[in-house]
Design a protein around this ligand. Sequence first.
Ligand code: ZN
Length: 466
Amino acid sequence: MTLKANLNLPTEAIQATAGRQSPIQSKERSGQSAQIGAAAKASKAKRNKRPTLQRDRGAKKEHAGSIASKSVKAQRRVRNGHNRLVLKRTATSSVFRFQINACCPHTRARVGSFQTPHGEVITPRFMPVGTLGTVKGITTTQLAETGAQMVLSNTYHLHLQPGEEIVAEAGGLHRFMSWDGPILTDSGGFQVFSLAGINRIDDHGVDFRNPRDGSKIQLTPERVIKIQMALGADVAMAFDQCPPYPATESEVETSCRRTHAWLERCVNTHQRSDQALFGIVQGGCFPHLREQSAKVVNSFDLPGIAIGGVSVGEPVEEMHRIVRQVPPLLPEDRPRYLMGIGTVREMAIAVANGIDLFDCVLPTRLGRHGTALVGGERWNLRNARFRRDHTPLDASCSCEACRKHSRAYLNHLIRNEELLGLTLLSLHNITHLIRFTTAMRQAIQEGCFSEDFAPWQQDSPAHHTW
Ligand SMILES: [Zn+2]
């Protein structure tokens, strides 16, 4: 089938008819994983048809893993409790395509291109976080100069303020915040469980108090997806339950079961063909639950998959183990997004294991506290040693802070709590992390990723080669 033909095919979700039973429900009732197994088999069959990825140095455009072609073929056949055949397609659009352009011959690192309605995202890529429709302290013009492509925003926070109706009234989140590039909205699951005063959580959803005015709010998978459809980001995230750390195996198992059932409801609710829905793999620090979660999320044949439940307080070794275990369980031809990670060492380990996308509030949070990321270190610009240092913050960086200003001037701004100081440091920190992911991309393309960035090597040059 040609790409042109693919583009002409209908892409809307075909929903199940009344009386349909979900794979998850069926699994729970029968105690078997027949549907998951069937979907996994279908997925395996599709993988077997794919061309083998070349791992030669500098290999480019050898594998056009078009999500469009996958999604239109993805008529999952699910039998309901009455043995009635139900056809289903995921709500992906032909505009979402992920293509792998180069692979590292020694690790799982790859360079990809993710097409969205608002442009291309070249991976590996760090995504700045604009929780409330703004990357704190930075205009969207300045943001574009950092090299940012996809920007995050948060469903939970935008629902509380200003409300999705107002954003939709403005013409959607892109217009509201004046960002023409791709946007991803996190579902807010993490925030609901970490910030809100939860009154009740069950399989239906979550009831909590609005931290702004104490009013009662209920979020369900259906509601969260409707809010994200109103916001209109390029990528919407499924509503999940992120277990805290530490949590018992039983607690994590419950959150996994709920996350999978909610994913089914998210998929059934999602209708926008110009918006991709990503699923989230949970499972805490339990390898068998991670594996099971990956299988279930894969079975939905979504255009991208995230790994959640990391950086929630677990030891860093556990995080590394999850980052090594889960990516090989996910389809090679979809973007893989590691949620909430934004330190250079962890990003390098993750890229080496096949992760494509990252987000973290770290660069702006550090910037607001007067801290700059330089050469793999964190510098407190309040420090007296910078008072008479008239050199650029980072001579190798082309951001506005480094191009136009000195360490002494930044020290002066930060000491006086001038807003410009926080803006300049946030700009620099975001640029720094995007430069780091860009440097990894170039190294993969040039065939030197494992030498330059492999963090398992002693004295890894990863922190000073870009
Ligand atoms: Zn800079």
